[in-house]
Design a protein around this ligand. Structure first.
Ligand SMILES: [Zn+2]
Length: 379
């Protein structure tokens, strides 16, 4: 089985990577692992079916008509530093290829009866019609506090109670570290899930007989990964996701993790404490870390280290990780053994992460070291 890594689609919110490097963790993980495994360059995946995006679009529209796709794309591209656009481009959760695949999958599930179109009663905003959920909250679309029940047809997943939402097989590296907490969320998921949403942007379910409704973005992001996987001809797509992100989307992805021999698995990683800049900056000053060494540490090594953590890379471990990377980089000058590199490649495909902190293995896969100035020069 070939494995290609993808980032979990990032919400196209109000940030740029320079200020929120943690948002790029999944992208960095996928890049590092695909490069080691000699996999293809993959697009960066984005989630644009958001209510915030609806509001942003409405604000931008004003007098003149602003194309929503173009606005989303411009917002995404503005997040990258100059010259930092991905080689394989970006893919959004509303791209035509993703929408076509999603409708194909929904159609098959409707045929098999795993999904149905069923009238259900939902709570909706009395002013704008937005589905508001059951709590006593004001409408997030227009701010009105008046909601009323409304019965209408929706795309429904009625869960088979005998079938868990998640199994160990849904995780890359399932053999070594079964994420028990995530497996347990299965018990907290309601038996009936509504997979259609009121949004002004998304995968339009009109062709399924649900005009005005779009596929829930938590389902659509899985389809985005599958569509990207199909383009690079892999049978296993490992999607980088933090534990909480995976917990938020797993139930909605239950029917969207497998299609025509392609399997999506979660590659769970911990958070990276980029925001702990006091620790990091002091460290760089003390060790006089060069910009290249810093980039290798932050953009390559810390994302890899996050694969060994369930919750987060603890800030107090940063000094020892930096020291370890320095040792490994020095060793890389003499240790470039193809057999060891192959050993790491096998580990990456299996989801083993021991090599990341193994001084006998890591030096063999540190990028761009031979024949170049020491990236950790001055460390
Ligand atoms: Zn409203």
């Amino acid at each position: 089985m070939s494995v290609v890594f993808f980032n979990g689609p990032i919400q196209n919110g109000d940030f740029v990577f320079a200020n929120r490097p943690g948002k790029a963790a999944g992208i960095r993980i996928a890049e590092a692992l695909n490069s080691i495994a000699r996999g293809p360059a993959v697009p960066h995946l984005w989630n644009t079916t958001t209510l915030a995006g609806d509001l942003r679009h409405r604000a931008a529209t004003g007098q003149q008509q602003v194309d929503r796709e173009a606005l989303e794309a411009a917002t995404i591209l503005g997040k990258y530093p100059p010259g930092g656009l991905p080689a394989a481009g970006i893919l959004t959760d509303t791209a035509p290829a993703v929408a076509a695949l999603a409708l194909d999958m929904v159609t098959r599930h409707l045929t098999h009866g795993t999904l149905t179109i069923t009238p259900v009663t939902v709570r909706a905003c009395a002013r704008c019609g937005h589905m508001t959920g059951t709590g006593p909250y004001p409408c997030r679309n227009c701010g009105s506090t008046e909601t009323r029940p409304r019965t209408e047809r929706h795309l429904i997943a009625d869960r088979d109670p005998a079938r868990p939402v998640l199994s160990p097989n849904d995780f890359h590296a399932h053999h070594s570290r079964p994420p028990r907490h995530l497996l347990n969320i299965a018990t907290n998921v309601p038996q009936r899930l509504i997979l259609s949403r009121t949004r002004s942007h998304g995968i339009d379910l009109g062709p399924m007989g649900l005009p005005g409704l779009v596929l829930d973005p938590r389902a659509a992001l899985h389809v985005t990964v599958l569509a990207a996987a199909r383009d690079v001809h892999t049978d296993c797509a490992a999607m980088a996701a933090t534990q909480s992100a995976a917990a938020n989307v797993a139930a909605y992805g239950q029917h969207f993790r497998q299609h025509e021999g392609v399997q999506l698995r979660y590659a769970v990683h911990g958070r990276i404490p980029y925001e702990d800049t006091t620790t990091l900056h002091r460290l760089y000053e003390v060790h006089r870390v060069s910009p290249r060494a810093r980039a290798l540490f932050e953009d390559w090594y810390l994302p890899l280290c996050s694969l060994r953590e369930r919750d987060q890379v603890r800030p107090e471990r940063l000094p020892s990780l930096l020291k370890f990377l320095r040792r490994a980089t020095l060793a890389a000058y003499t240790a470039r053994d193809p057999a060891r590199r192959e050993e790491v490649r096998r580990a990456v495909k299996l989801g083993d992460t021991g090599w990341i902190t193994n001084i006998d293995l890591l030096p063999h896969v540190i990028p761009s070291v031979l024949g170049e100035p020491d990236p950790l020069d001055g460390l």
